[in-house]
Design a protein around this ligand. Structure first.
Ligand SMILES: [Zn+2]
Length: 250
């Protein structure tokens, strides 16, 4: 099999963390740094202060080499599963509204992190569309206008991104909530066997929604540290930059 990755590395892993949660600061970041690894933190720039506080508290992580990524302002999701008749979600939004949201979000992030040259985006709830039926439209092209790369969810049959063909503005990712260390490490090794790029999506550690147990997460990091000569772990935008250098397009 042919591999695109650098030197002897056979695969890439990106660890991504959504929603700017307290356990990212208290648990995930110290553990990543203990093993010399860096992650990607997708934050929503909410708040009456224009997201200043939400973003600024991740500034030390950015300075330590982690990636800060854009997770919009209002975190709009599909309401396809909402049993409340009044609920409004992406089914009722337009591409123009999404574009205005992303433009405003982009400005908020750049105000706090003016030195960042290339931004990645994370689709709230993994949803990449607006509208319904005949009027349903992908908003991936709008994301591609504003951002260098973007993470979505993925079809169950295709969660490892091909370094040759994956759309860097609609990358697949593994939902990692409640997975054991053995499962997480199994996904890493499956990625290495295929020569692909797996993106892991985490939320809380022992807190909040969609948690992963801290010992399972740490066991994953121990493994990634031990296999770094053959599997590269890097922030999402770094892997996207590498792919871009190997397959210039657009
Ligand atoms: Zn989110």
């Amino acid at each position: 099999m042919q591999f695109l990755w650098n030197d002897d590395t056979r695969a890439a892993i990106s660890l991504t963390f959504d929603d700017g949660m307290a356990s990212h600061l208290d648990t995930a970041i110290p553990l990543l740094e203990k093993y010399g690894l860096r992650g990607t933190f997708y934050i929503t720039a909410r708040g009456e202060d224009g997201g200043q506080q939400a973003l600024t508290r991740f500034r030390p992580a950015f300075e330590a080499g982690h990636e800060i990524g854009n997770h919009s302002i209002h975190h709009w999701c599909s309401c396809a599963g909402a049993m409340d008749a009044q609920q409004r979600g992406l089914e009722y939004r337009t591409l123009d509204e999404v574009e205005a949201e992303l433009r405003a979000a982009d400005e908020r992030f750049k105000a706090v992190f003016p030195e960042v040259e290339r931004w990645s985006f994370c689709y709230p709830c993994y949803n990449t569309f607006v509208g319904k039926g005949l009027n349903r439209r992908s908003y991936v092209p709008i994301v591609a206008k504003f951002f260098f790369a973007a993470r979505a969810g993925g079809e169950m049959s295709n969660l490892i991104n091909s370094p040759y063909h994956a759309d860097v503005h609609c990358l697949s990712s593994w939902k990692c909530e409640r997975r054991s260390a053995a499962e997480l490490i199994g996904l890493v090794e499956q990625t290495a066997t295929q020569g692909g790029w797996s993106i892991f999506t985490f939320h809380g550690f022992g807190e909040g929604h969609l948690p992963v147990a801290q010992p399972d997460f740490e066991a994953l990091l121990v493994h990634l540290d031990a296999v770094r000569d053959r599997i590269q772990t890097a922030p999402l935008v770094k892997v996207a930059e590498y792919l871009h250098s190997k397959r210039p397009e657009k």
